[in-house]
Ligand binder design. Structure first.
Ligand SMILES: [Zn+2]
Length: 413
């Protein structure tokens, strides 16, 4: 469990800078400057998912006898997003399209990359001989069969409907096998995670009674350009009579979305557990550093006392411990390797601001909510103030715990 080194309630007190405190501040700044570089990786679990309904607008995707791929894909994508939003309010769901519009393949990947999503899910429907049926999930990688390459060729052919596609895709020809060799030279850093999620999706389709065609690899441009775990789901064949009927039925679309949602839930739980374990590991490291005297958080605390005499009482460690009983949710607004000045400008008028230190970084949070719902509302308000990446954190008796754990503890009461 990550331990809180210190937690100060700081008011917007006027700075009372005398010579002594200024000297102390300089000492602190020197200490901060010599501190080991903070770890670059922020362990945050699964917080953002991009759902990408294939095709759209003048790109209909493949055709069945009475339906179009773009419509089936959008219906399932929207349902999936709805399920995630309903069940995980702290996960941000981003749709590349939520209506019938055309979006280029590179644009879809750009959306996911710029949002720094943690998972990218493309939803499509397949085309083949009338006898072919079943669901399959693709991850980026070298195709093992001609059939897999053909699926990628068909999906990549969407770029032919984009303006200036030769320029945008560096002369990539979706129909030429040579074009795929260059794609395969780049090994995805997220292959294992993508495969993990893909196999969970297929497992759920199997439970739903769909024919499991397996997890496969091929060179999909839309996956190639993303910088996070990503999959492309071929939900079924519109060219198969039975499956076209199945995929166009609203209740079945909900079932398919539900299956992908269950896979998402399992994947997220796994990732959150790993994240928590990583946080624990960081905390252990932090403790050993403390023992060796590399960090002295008491010094930082003291500098606040000197600068802000009004906050003196609240800064005494005994008082802090007393005020930190039970489960508390806060909204983290900023994190910095340097100590920030607590003022209206830095925190856009939010107060009081709580400062604590973890993994060698100063973290700043607001709020003191005892219910998750109230904390979510506060998070929205904080986001509206301009802290777009603000997220929820939780404490138990002054110790940082995961939000999930805090919710579970509250439910037990
Ligand atoms: Zn498609």
């Amino acid at each position: 469990m990550p331990k809180l080194i210190f937690l100060n309630k700081l008011s917007n007190a006027k700075m009372n800078v005398n010579v002594k405190s200024r000297a102390l501040l300089v000492l602190c700044m020197i200490l901060v400057a010599f501190k080991a570089a903070p770890p670059k990786k922020e362990f945050k679990g699964l917080k953002k998912v991009v759902i990408d309904a294939g095709h759209g607008g003048h790109d209909t995707g493949c055709l069945g006898s009475f339906s179009r791929e773009k419509d089936v894909a959008l219906a399932i994508a929207l349902k999936l997003g709805e399920y995630i939003q309903k069940n995980f309010p702290d996960v941000e769901v981003i749709f590349t399209r939520d209506k019938d519009v055309f979006i280029g393949l590179d644009e879809r990947a750009k959306i996911a990359n710029s949002k720094q999503a943690d998972l990218f899910i493309c939803i499509h429907a397949n085309s083949g001989s009338p006898a072919a049926y079943g669901s399959e999930t693709y991850v980026m990688g070298q195709h093992k069969s001609e059939a897999n390459l053909n699926v990628a060729k068909r999906e990549n052919a969407s770029i032919l409907l984009e303006e200036d596609y030769e320029l945008k895709y560096d002369g990539f020809d979706p129909n030429s096998p040579e074009s795929y060799i260059a794609l395969y030279l780049m090994q995805s850093a997220f292959l294992n995670q993508s495969l993990n999620f893909a196999s969970k999706v297929q497992e759920q389709f199997r439970k739903l009674g769909r024919r499991d065609r397996g997890v496969k690899q091929a060179g999909f441009l839309v996956l190639y350009k993303t910088t996070m775990p990503s999959v492309l789901i071929e939900t079924g064949f519109l060219t198969n009579k039975e499956e076209e009927k199945f995929l166009n039925d609203k209740a079945n679309q909900e079932k398919m979305a539900g299956a992908i949602f269950t896979a998402f839930k399992e994947y997220k739980n796994e990732l959150d557990k790993i994240t928590q374990a990583a946080l624990n590991e960081e905390e252990k490291k932090e403790h050993s550093e403390k023992k060796e005297g590399h960090q002295n958080p008491e010094l930082y605390t003291y500098s606040h006392k000197e600068n802000q005499p009004e906050a003196k009482q609240q800064n005494s460690p005994a008082k802090n411990k007393e005020s930190e009983k039970g489960i508390v949710f806060r909204v983290q607004v900023l994190s910095s390797s340097n100590m920030l000045e607590i003022n209206k400008k830095n925190f856009k008028g939010l107060e009081p601001v709580y400062e604590y230190m973890m993994n060698g970084r100063y973290k700043y949070a607001v709020g003191n909510e005892t219910s998750y719902e109230k904390a979510l509302k506060l998070q929205e308000e904080v986001k509206k103030k301009g802290f777009k990446d603000a997220f929820l954190i939780a404490f138990k008796d002054g110790k940082r715990i995961s939000v999930k754990e805090a919710k579970e503890l509250l439910n037990e009461d």
